[in-house]
Write a protein that binds this ligand. Structure first.
Ligand SMILES: *[C@@H]1O[C@H](CO)[C@@H](O)[C@H](O)[C@H]1NC(C)=O
Length: 307
């Protein structure tokens, strides 16, 4: 339904962190691995994505918090985000999580600001291959609110059909160096799921002899987005860690965590190349790891989902 509108609107997606990729070696010196934000989306409807959070880090020089990544609330006290958002590691005391926000500048509606107790990046997170780019963030206090809700975790065996339209949301940049303009309204973009084989095929057109091999998109990743667009659509800096949300049978599931995409450096780094889908961490692949830490969060909705 929103797809048509999306394609009309120029502009915004949220989450990219640019990673110079020395590990890719000389062969890939033309390529840049770019961690993500949202491009070519539209303003979200207020309250539509009640699990979306903004992970913010305190800037000692500016004496204020900066939005660094997105995340998804999966229970009253736990948020799922990306491991690369917390690299290099700093004390949890330097972060806060903003829940229930629609706009970030100024923060509205009256959001909930939560302190962070603990950050658990996946122990197998690999900064070269981006495998296991997932982190758990435990809040100091459970969230109590009627308008903030967790998104359901799909069980380990849940399949998201290729072609299914899901949604990516975030407050990331609208271009590599261009932040979302105030009031920084949450952006949303509908993205179809793309098969791992097609996604690998497309990425392999960049450099088939990549040191990462012809299968750099692992089964623990999930691709979604566009491969034949005239204008960029996808995610960018600041969207990282945010949700790829898919609705099924009236329940919204966290299918992916915004992670990365690779694009050829033609005229500088672009956030979202019209021909390359975004790559997300596939949440089902990390189900048991999440369950280990977050007891009692299953495939069933933790609360009734209103969508
Ligand atoms: C990370 O991934 C790269 C590329 O696949 C691999 O060569 C390297 O051994 C991995 N590092 C670890 C610590 O597993």
């Amino acid at each position: 339904m929103m797809g048509g509108l999306c394609s009309q609107l120029a502009a915004l997606l949220l989450l990219l962190v640019v990673l110079p990729s020395p590990a890719h070696g000389a062969e890939e010196s033309q390529d840049q691995t770019v961690f993500s934000r949202i491009i070519g989306g539209q303003d979200a409807q207020k309250g539509r994505w009640p699990w979306q959070v903004s992970v913010q880090k305190y800037d000692d020089k500016k004496h204020e918090y900066d939005h660094i990544c997105g995340g998804s609330l999966i229970s009253a006290q736990w948020v799922v985000s990306a491991a690369h958002c917390f690299h290099p590691p700093v004390s949890p005391a330097q972060y806060r999580v903003v829940l229930g926000a629609h706009q970030l500048l100024p923060l509205s509606p009256k959001p909930v600001l939560a302190e962070v107790q603990k950050i658990i990046p996946h122990p197998r997170y690999n900064r070269t291959s981006f495998v296991a780019d997932v982190a758990l963030v435990r809040l100091k206090e459970p969230v109590k609110s009627t308008f903030i809700r967790p998104i359901s975790l799909p069980g380990a065996s849940h399949q998201f059909r290729v072609g299914k339209k899901c949604w990516v949301t975030g407050w990331g940049n609208v271009e590599v160096t261009k932040p979302l303009q105030p009031p920084q309204t949450l952006q949303q973009l509908a993205v179809p799921i793309i098969s791992t084989a097609d996604c690998n095929k497309r990425y392999n057109t960049l450099n088939p002899r990549s040191p990462l091999g012809p299968e750099r998109i692992k089964t623990s990743m999930i691709c979604a987005g566009y491969m034949d667009m005239g204008s960029p659509k996808g995610f960018c800096k600041g969207d990282s860690g945010g949700p790829l949300a898919c609705e099924q049978g009236g329940t919204w599931y966290l299918a992916g965590v915004v992670s990365w995409f690779l694009t050829r450096k033609v005229s500088g780094i672009v956030c979202s190349h019209p021909k390359f889908p975004g790559v997300f961490t596939r949440v089902t692949a990390y189900d048991s790891w999440i369950q280990e830490h977050v007891k009692g969060v299953g495939p069933l909705p933790a609360l009734l989902q209103l969508h």
